[in-house]
Design a protein around this ligand. Structure first.
Ligand code: ADP
Length: 158
């Protein structure tokens, strides 16, 4: 059985993330979306809110699970019995930091392999910060995020 872990901040999940999740769900028997509690990153949504928004967005996709973690990724992976990290690539600017993460994770645990999927051309420009900025000014984010996220953003910026 092939199980992969898709780690990220997901503050909040966008249609770009969801595109990566769908691709991962097709590639692997099981995909765990691992939501990080990195204390160095200030998030708009709490860990619980981010998890709930992902769960609502992936409902009906039966090989996807969502979990929070606050340890090193390699330690979380061991607990999950998985050696495959899934990450999404948008444009060249993603490459250098993704390359760095992949190498460091491999140095920490030689069994870890990072697999990249390229996002759909519809979402390559998209990130969570852009969505939050648009939403904070009352803009319409329907094109960028799943419905439950749209509602939650409206509530946050009311
Ligand atoms: P992190 O803080 O770990 O980068 P993010 O939530 O920003 O967490 O991103 C998690 C992963 O999702 C990363 O691999 C990132 O490149 C990918 N990703 C984010 N937005 C998109 C998008 N629009 N299309 C494809 N991949 C994306």
């Amino acid at each position: 059985m092939r199980k992969a872990i898709y780690p990220g901040t997901f503050d909040p999940i966008t249609l770009g993330h969801l595109d990566v999740i769908k691709r991962g769900g097709n590639l692997f028997d099981e995909l765990v979306v691992a939501v990080t509690t990195n204390p160095n990153k200030k998030t708009l949504f709490s860990l619980e809110e981010r998890i709930e928004l992902i769960e609502k967005s992936v409902s009906g996709m039966k090989n996807i699970r969502v979990k929070g973690f606050n340890s090193l990724l390699v330690d979380f992976m061991k607990g999950e019995n998985s050696t495959i990290v899934l990450r999404g690539l948008r444009e060249v600017s993603d490459f250098s930091s993704e390359f760095q993460h992949a190498i460091v994770n491999r140095k920490l645990d030689g069994d870890i392999e990072t697999v990249f999927v390229m996002t759909s051309e519809d979402y390559f420009y998209l990130n969570s910060s852009l969505v939050k900025e648009i939403s904070s000014f009352g803009g319409n984010v329907s094109e960028f995020v799943p419905e439950p996220v749209k509602e939650k953003l409206k509530e946050k910026f009311k």
